[in-house]
Design a protein around this ligand. Structure first.
Ligand code: 8C0
Length: 302
């Protein structure tokens, strides 16, 4: 009797493998909802970027090329005949502030957090969670989802995030001028390159962001079962989508590779939290970090 049941299960399992899984109508609707949510919260014209505090790049600026003559430079460039008051820091500032890109990138991250929140609110199941769980999920995944969504602006031509004009083109050097170490940025760029190579469909891209958000194992999550349920529904939809919509030649292992990306994001996130602590402490007096960013990533002075 037991053997019969086991045999029957095996038959059912292999039948499932052979028959191409279908995209259920409900799954189609879910994908359409996610794509619309993403389009409403990702402006690919990047026209809002001019409202951020402007990017300041030390490299290439006249001050920096003349780093040996910072005072001469500042006198030549200003209408006043006096040396800057705080001489030591004046020299530093003229030679190119170490955190000169921080205000712009902090504004970009803060803006992106707002967009990620907007995206989350449109995912079926998110609003039904209690506010505490919504906050726990967002706090833990915001930076990961920003990294994922940023792949849309990333280009392998010159390994930069290109958001319109040259002013809003971000290269490793620019992010270093926001206080980030090369050791963290190299894996971040490598991640972007490997993501780009996966050449995801929009449906897969948005599903991955939603799956990332609904991770039941984030710190502080109360109703893990609800979160897991939604995540499983999303992963099932992703598997079905890949199985029936992705061209045979490139769908091999795609789901597995996508799940691997989520693991890589975790370790980027972990490394980032360590550096964030350092940067946020360096930045406390500069009032460089927007309040939303402090709330989401933590405020070292609070
Ligand atoms: O100066 C700081 C700025 C941000 C110091 C710390 C932070 C961190 O937030 C508090 C984020 C750190 C993160 C790098 C570490 C990741 C392991 C930032 C600096 C990265 C993440 C960004 C913002 C550098 C510039 C390019 C990176 C993602 C980029 C994203 C690009 C876009 C453009 C965001 C996306 O939302 C969008 C609309 C465009 O695609």
């Amino acid at each position: 009797r037991k053997k019969e049941i086991i045999m029957k299960r095996k038959l059912e399992d292999s039948a499932r493998e052979v028959h191409t899984p279908q995209l259920l109508e409900e799954q189609e609707r879910l994908i359409a909802t996610l794509i619309e949510a993403h389009r409403k919260t990702y402006d690919a014209s990047y026209s809002d970027f001019s409202q951020f505090r402007p990017p300041k790049r030390g490299d290439g600026s006249p001050e920096c090329r003349n780093a040996t003559n910072p005072f001469l430079m500042s006198l030549l460039n200003s209408d006043m005949d006096e040396l800057p008051k705080a001489s030591a820091s004046g020299a530093e500032a003229a030679a190119g502030d170490e955190l000169s890109m921080l205000p712009h990138l902090a504004d970009l991250v803060s803006y992106s957090i707002q967009k990620v929140i907007g995206f989350a609110k449109m995912i079926p199941g998110f609003k039904e969670l209690c506010t505490e769980d919504q906050i726990s999920l967002l706090k833990a995944s915001a930076i990961e989802i920003i990294i994922l969504r940023s792949n849309e602006s990333f280009t392998m031509e010159d390994n930069s995030w290109t958001c319109g004009s040259n002013e809003f083109k971000y290269q490793i050097g620019d992010v270093m001028q926001a206080g980030h170490k090369l050791e963290l940025l190299e894996p971040l760029v490598k991640f972007q390159v490997n993501m780009k190579k996966l050449d995801l469909h929009e449906a897969e891209h948005v599903l991955l962001m939603a799956i990332c958000l609904f991770s039941p194992d984030r710190p502080g999550v109360q109703d893990r079962c609800r979160v897991e349920e939604v995540q499983e529904h999303l992963t099932e939809t992703l598997r079905a989508y890949i199985a029936c919509r992705h061209p045979l030649s490139c769908k091999h292992m795609l789901y597995t590779k996508m799940v691997e990306k989520l693991t890589e994001l975790r370790s980027l996130n972990e490394e980032h939290s360590k550096q964030y602590l350092q940067i946020s402490q360096d930045a406390v007096n500069k009032e460089d970090l927007p309040p939303l960013l402090l709330e989401v990533f933590g405020n070292p002075t609070a």
